[in-house]
Design a protein around this ligand. Structure first.
Ligand SMILES: Cc1cc2nc3c(=O)[nH]c(=O)nc-3n(C[C@H](O)[C@H](O)[C@H](O)COP(=O)(O)OP(=O)(O)OC[C@H]3O[C@@H](n4cnc5c(N)ncnc54)[C@H](O)[C@@H]3O)c2cc1C
Ligand code: SF4
Length: 587
C-alpha cells in the first residue's frame, strides 16, 4: 500500500483510486495508469466513517480476519480531520488489554503510550480547600493503566491499518448516507465549492458516492450520520434517551518538578455543586513536564446560563491547580462531548448493511470515564461480523445481528451492564446517588427508585423558571481571564488551531428560525452562547433592545454540544468541509 500526497491529490496505487486532495472528488481508475479522470461513484467492500479508535480498530481487525480466511476485499476509511488525530480529543488514561488483542506483539510494543499510571488519587475540592479521599470511588482505580495522547495513538493505528492494505483518506467529510430500496448502500462525501446559500460556484465539486456492501459508522460522539440513521429506522425506540457530558481540555507544559509523569488526579466538588451539576476534573501528568487537564460536566444541568468553559477557568483558579500550572504555558486546548447514558441508552446497533460502533453507539463506562478500550472492542466486534457477512455474501440485518451477540459476549456488556443505572441515580447527587450506586454494585445494577433520564436539551430551564443563582453571579470575581492561567473562549479556539473555509453554507443549522427567536433567544436567553465552548453563538442586542443571533461558525470545535443541548432541539450540527475544524496535535 502506498499513498502519495502530491499537490492536491492522494494517490492510492493498489486499487487505482485517486482522491483529489483538498475538497475535490474521489476518482476510481480502472487501468494501471494513474489518470486524473473524474467519476462521482467508487465502490469498496467495507466503508468505515471515522478514524478514531473504533474505526481504526475495525479496519485493522477486518484486514486480519479477511487475510485469515484467505479472502481479498477492499476496506476504505474516511476521516474528516486534516490528518488522522486532528479531531481527536480525549483524557486519556487507557486500559491497554484491547490493543494486545488487536495488534501483533511487535506493534503493541510500539504503541505511543506516554507513561504508566504510578500515582492515582481522587480529591474532593471546596472553593479553596482539598481533601484526598482515602479510597477510590468504584471503577476509578487507574494503577497500571497508561496515560497517552489518543490522537498520537490513532496516528499509529492508522499506520498499522495501511500496512495491512486499508485505504485511509483524511480531509474528507462524509455528510450523507446512501440508500437503495430503503437500505444503506454506502455514503457520500460533502459537495464543495458552494456559496452560503448552497449555490454551486466556479470551483464546485460534487461529493463522491462511495458504494459499499457494509458501512460502519465510527463518527464518535453524537455522530451526525448515526443520528440520522437512528432516527430514520427508530433504532432507539426501546432505549433511554442518550445523555452527554462536555469535556473542556487543555494541554500544558509546566515548570520542572511540578508533577511526576504517571500521576492521575480526579477531582470532585468545586466548581460544581452536588445535585446541580454532575462531573469533575482530571489532571494527568505526562513525560517532559506536560499535563493534560480538563473539566467534564454532564449536559443535564438546568441553568440556561451555565458555561462549562468558564467553569473550567474557575476550576484552574483553585489553589491546588493554580500551584500546578502557574509559570507554565498552554500547548493546546479544545473541547468535546462524550456519551454517558451507558447500557440503557444504547440503540439497536445494526440494520441491513450498516453497523454503529464506539461513541456513536454510546459505549462509554462513565463511572470510570473510559471509552477508548470499549470503542476499540466494538470496532473489533463489528469487524468480525463484517468478515463473516462478506464471506457468506449476506450483509443483511439478520447476519449483522451477530454484532450485537459479540458485543454482549465482550467486555462491553461485562463493564456497562452492572453500572447501567449509574448516571440515572447520580441525578440525586453524590450522597443519595452514591448510596443507590452502592446498592447497584451489590445487585449487578438493580436498584429501586431509579429516576428516569431525559434528553439534555429538555433539562434546560427557561431564564424565568430557573430558580438557582445564575452562573455569572455564582462565579463573580472569577470570570476576568488573565490569559496566563485562564483564557476566554476565543483564545481557546486559537489554541485549538481551528480553521474553517468561510465560503460554504453555515454548518450549524437553525432548525426552526421562528421558534429559535421566540423561544431559544427570548425565553432561554440564548443558552447556546453559554453552552458553546468556542464563542460561536453571540446574542446581539440593538439600541431598541431587539435581540438577535450572530453566528461565528468558523470558531466551531466540532464538540456537538449545541446539537445535543440546544432547547427545543434548536440546532443541527452538520459536517463542514473536510479538513475544517480543530487541528489537535496531541489531545
Ligand atoms: C474530555 C474527555 C476525556 C476522556 N477521557 C478518557 C480517558 O481518560 N480514557 C478513556 O478510555 N476514554 C476517555 N474518553 C472517551 C474516549 O475519548 C472516547 O470514548 C473514544 O475516543 C471514542 O472513540 P470513537 O472512535 O468512537 O470516536 P472518536 O475518538 O471521537 O473518533 C471519531 C472520528 O470520526 C471522525 N468523524 C466524525 N464524523 C465524521 C464524518 N461525518 N465524516 C468523516 N469523519 C468523521 C472524527 O473527526 C473523529 O476523528 C474521554 C472523552 C473526552 C471527551
Ligand atoms: S458550535 Fe456547537 S459543536 Fe461547535 S463548538 Fe459550539 S457547541 Fe460545539
Amino acid at each position: 500500500m502506498l499513498f502519495l500526497k502530491r499537490a492536491n491529490y492522494i494517490i492510492s496505487l493498489n486499487n487505482f483510486y485517486v482522491f483529489k486532495y483538498n475538497r475535490i472528488s474521489i476518482k476510481n481508475l480502472t487501468s494501471k495508469e494513474v489518470s486524473m479522470e473524474s467519476v462521482d461513484t467508487v465502490s469498496t467492500d467495507v466503508l468505515i466513517i471515522g478514524g478514531g479508535p473504533s474505526g481504526l480498530s475495525a479496519a485493522i481487525r477486518l484486514a486480519d480476519k479477511l487475510k485469515e480466511k484467505g479472502v481479498s476485499k477492499n476496506i476504505m476509511l474516511i476521516e474528516k480531520g486534516e490528518e488522522i488525530g486532528s479531531h481527536i480529543l480525549s483524557g486519556a488514561v487507557i486500559k491497554t488489554d484491547v490493543f494486545k488483542e488487536l495488534l501483533t506483539p511487535d506493534e503493541f510494543n510500539e504503541v505511543p503510550f506516554d507513561c504508566e499510571v504510578k500515582i492515582d488519587k481522587t480529591v474532593k475540592l471546596s472553593e479553596n480547600g482539598e481533601t484526598t479521599l482515602p479510597f477510590h470511588p468504584p471503577y476509578m482505580n487507574n494503577m497500571g493503566n497508561q496515560i497517552a495522547s489518543l490522537g498520537k495513538i490513532c496516528k499509529f493505528l492508522a499506520t498499522c491499518a495501511t500496512n495491512r492494505g486499508v485505504e485511509i483518506y483524511s480531509g474528507f467529510a462524509v455528510d450523507e448516507l446512501l440508500y437503495e430500496n430503503g437500505k444503506v448502500v454506502g455514503a457520500k462525501t460533502k459537495d464543495t465549492g458552494v456559496d452560503h446559500e448552497g449555490k454551486p460556484q466556479k470551483n464546485f465539486q460534487k461529493g463522491t458516492s462511495v458504494k459499499a456492501a457494509v458501512t460502519i459508522l465510527a463518527e464518535g460522539t453524537r455522530g451526525s450520520l448515526a443520528k440520522q440513521l437512528i432516527s430514520k429506522f427508530d433504532l432507539d425506540a426501546t432505549s433511554n434517551p442518550q445523555i452527554y457530558s462536555l469535556g473542556v481540555k487543555e494541554s500544558w507544559r509546566v515548570p520542572e518538578g511540578r508533577i511526576e509523569p504517571g500521576t492521575v488526579y480526579h477531582t470532585m466538588g468545586y466548581p460544581l455543586v452536588d445535585g446541580q451539576e454532575f462531573g469533575g476534573g482530571f489532571i494527568y501528568g505526562m513525560e517532559n513536564n506536560r499535563v493534560g487537564l480538563g473539566l467534564v460536566v454532564g449536559l443535564d444541568y438546568e441553568d440556561p446560563s451555565f458555561n462549562i468553559h468558564a467553569a473550567m477557568q474557575a476550576w484552574k483558579q483553585h489553589p491546588k491547580i493554580r500551584a500546578l500550572l502557574e509559570g507554565g504555558s498552554v500547548i493546546e486546548a479544545g473541547a468535546k462531548t462524550l456519551p454517558e447514558g451507558g447500557w440503557n441508552s444504547i440503540p439497536k446497533l445494526y440494520d441491513d448493511n450498516v453497523m454503529i460502533v464506539g461513541d456513536s453507539a454510546g459505549f462509554v463506562a462513565m463511572p470510570a470515564l473510559k471509552g477508548i478500550h470499549l470503542a476499540a472492542t466494538s470496532g473489533m466486534c463489528a469487524a468480525d461480523t463484517a468478515a463473516l457477512a462478506l464471506v457468506k455474501g449476506d450483509t443483511s440485518a439478520s447476519t449483522l445481528a451477530r454484532y450485537k451477540e459479540l458485543v454482549d459476549a465482550s467486555r462491553i456488556k461485562k463493564e456497562l451492564y452492572p453500572v447501567r443505572n449509574f448516571r440515572a441515580v447520580m441525578q440525586n447527587g453524590m450522597i443519595l446517588g452514591g448510596l443507590k450506586f452502592g446498592i447497584q454494585l451489590l445487585t449487578r445494577g438493580f436498584c429501586l427508585l431509579t429516576p428516569d433520564t431525559h434528553s439534555d436539551a429538555s433539562e434546560t430551564k427557561k431564564v424565568k423558571e430557573f430558580g438557582g443563582i445564575p452562573f455569572k453571579e455564582r462565579f463573580a470575581g472569577k470570570l476576568d481571564f488573565d490569559k496566563k492561567l485562564t483564557f476566554d473562549k476565543v483564545t481557546t479556539v486559537f489554541q485549538s488551531r481551528t480553521m474553517h473555509d468561510e465560503h460554504q453554507p453555515v454548518h450549524l443549522v437553525i432548525n426552526n428560525p421562528e421558534q429559535f427567536q421566540s423561544s431559544n433567544i427570548e425565553e432561554y436567553g440564548l443558552s447556546e452562547e453559554a453552552m458553546c465552548p468556542a464563542e460561536v453563538y453571540e446574542l446581539h442586542i440593538d439600541k431598541q433592545g431587539n435581540k438577535t443571533l450572530r453566528l461565528h461558525a468558523e470558531n466551531c470545535l466540532h464538540c456537538k454540544t449545541c446539537d445535543i443541548k440546544s432547547p427545543n432541539g434548536g440546532i443541527t450540527w452538520t459536517t463542514p468541509y473536510g479538513e475544517d475544524g480543530p487541528e489537535y496535535r496531541e489531545m
